[in-house]
Design a binder for this molecule. Structure first.
Ligand SMILES: N[C@@H](CCC(=O)N[C@@H](CS)C(=O)NCC(=O)O)C(=O)O
Length: 205
């Protein structure tokens, strides 16, 4: 198996952290794609992922799977003996998916938009709109305030153990530093949770 990825980009980090928690990092060869240079925009790359994004999981038979959570799902289902991160029961599965979607739509995506629209990182392929980037930054800060409140008295976001929800939120918050969005001093629950997850070996990959 090959994973086409960019080590500095947040979506591939979600996959690496997910795999690390399951002890599966050695199952795939990680091949670096330089997205700033546009290595993901070539016809060869588009044949693997028509959306031209990283990460892509390429199976030994050449089948390609795109989308971070689809790749995570593949590993969750393929290695049932490893710690489950997407839930065991119908209720857990639903709760984790609810959180993953909240995090993706209201935290991860606006962080990415804030970065792309205020930094000009991809100005060769998009029209950055600074005001939109700043607006997205407000959405990110609102979600962080919500998460801080939610985490009162909790070690993890849901299900009383580490799940994909924590991985998604952790990697988003770590990435938010690039747009200078950080945990506020009064957000003690969020800070304690972030520091706790950061200590896990999977947070280093
Ligand atoms: N929905 C996709 C998003 C993937 C994505 O946006 N990846 C970024 C890197 S974090 C990328 O490939 N950017 C390159 C570009 O936009 O040209 C997923 O969940 O995997």
């Amino acid at each position: 198996m090959i994973i086409l990825e960019t080590s500095t980009a947040p979506n591939p980090r979600r996959v690496r952290m997910f795999m690390a928690e399951k002890g599966l990092l050695d199952k795939a060869q990680f091949v670096q794609i330089d997205i700033q240079k546009g290595e993901n925009l070539t016809p060869e790359y588009a044949a693997k992922n028509p959306m031209k994004k990283v990460p892509v999981l390429e199976l030994d038979d050449g089948t390609c799977i795109s989308e971070t959570m689809a790749i995570c799902r593949y590993f969750e289902e393929s290695y049932p003996e490893t710690p489950t991160l997407l839930g065991d029961t119908p209720l857990e599965k639903a709760q984790i998916e609810q959180w993953v979607r909240w995090i993706e739509f209201s935290f991860f995506l606006p962080t990415g938009m804030c970065f792309q629209h205020t930094s000009g990182y991809f100005k060769d392929r998009m029209n950055p709109i600074k005001e939109w980037g700043e607006e997205c930054g407000k959405t990110v800060r609102n979600f962080m305030a919500f998460l801080d409140e939610h985490l009162e008295g909790k070690e993890y976001i849901c299900c009383d153990r580490l799940t994909a929800a924590d991985i998604n939120a952790f990697t988003t918050l770590a990435f938010a530093r690039v747009v200078d969005i950080r945990v506020q001093p009064e957000q003690q629950n969020l800070k304690a949770w972030f520091d706790r997850i950061k200590q896990r070996p999977s947070a280093q990959v």
